[in-house]
Design a protein around this ligand. Structure first.
Ligand SMILES: C[S@@+](CC[C@H](N)C(=O)[O-])C[C@H]1O[C@@H](n2cnc3c(N)ncnc32)[C@H](O)[C@@H]1O
Length: 212
């Protein structure tokens, strides 16, 4: 059996045993892997990948010039995690829930420039999505970005949650050449407002006194 066929079988079996966690019957295709990594280059530095599965985005990251030792692979499924550590021995593979990401010590030679997420955020409770984003942005350098794909019609991270974390989502593109078709979003920190805007946006009389 080829690698591709055995990966497809491993993925399908994992989906049968944990359909909500795996959330797809087949690994992402080449077109989605390319779209997910389109803004990534050797200059990105360290990349954290969440939910790599059989490693299709991992391969694409290597093809974009990311050094294998600058990859941190965070995968909950033991079936995928052991294969990832065999296949990418120089990367740091961690079998854990991505919601615990904040606690993960990352000793990399380059700052974390991107988080690439294959996680099924739409099937996760809001509190978990909150923890994942908070953890990701606790590691990301200023200007770093979080990339997320979705099979849904809009960004899978709700606007109120983005606002609460001071983040914004930008649509990168979509591909029909994936089963199912998927769209990719970039999540960034919002630029802090300049101090001029902060001090001059409201007249002083509108500033509420602390009622307590
Ligand atoms: C839709 S699959 C994507 C796999 C791969 N990135 C791809 O595109 O083919 C979701 C992946 O996220 C993993 N996953 C789901 N929940 C997770 C969690 N809380 N922490 C880490 N990995 C998780 C699953 O085991 C699976 O590998």
């Amino acid at each position: 059996m080829t690698n591709k066929a055995s990966d497809a079988l491993l993925f399908f079996r994992a989906w049968l045993s944990a359909p909500l966690r795996v959330a797809s019957v087949t690994p992402s295709g080449r077109a989605l892997s390319s779209l997910m990594t389109t803004e990534i280059s050797a200059d990105t530095g360290t990349v954290i990948e969440l939910g790599p599965g059989t490693g299709v985005f991992t391969e694409a990251l290597l093809n974009r010039g990311i050094a294998e030792e600058n990859l941190v692979l965070v995968e909950y499924g033991s079936e995928f995690a052991s294969q990832l550590s065999d296949r990418f021995p120089a990367a740091k593979t961690v079998q854990m829930d991505a919601a615990q990401l904040r606690k993960l010590p990352i000793h990399a030679s380059a700052p974390v420039g991107a988080v690439v997420s294959g996680l099924p955020l739409l099937s996760m409770p809001l509190r978990k999505v909150h923890a994942i984003l908070e953890g990701a942005f606790s590691h990301l350098r200023p200007g770093g970005a979080f990339y997320q794909f979705t099979y849904g019609p809009r960004c899978p991270i709700a606007r109120p949650l983005l606002n609460r974390l001071g983040l914004k989502a930008t649509y990168i593109g979509c591909t029909l050449a994936n089963v199912p078709p998927a769209a990719v979003y970039r999540i960034n920190r919002r630029r802090p407002r300049r101090s001029f805007e902060r001090t001059h946006q409201y007249p002083l009389s509108n500033v509420q006194k602390n009622p307590f």
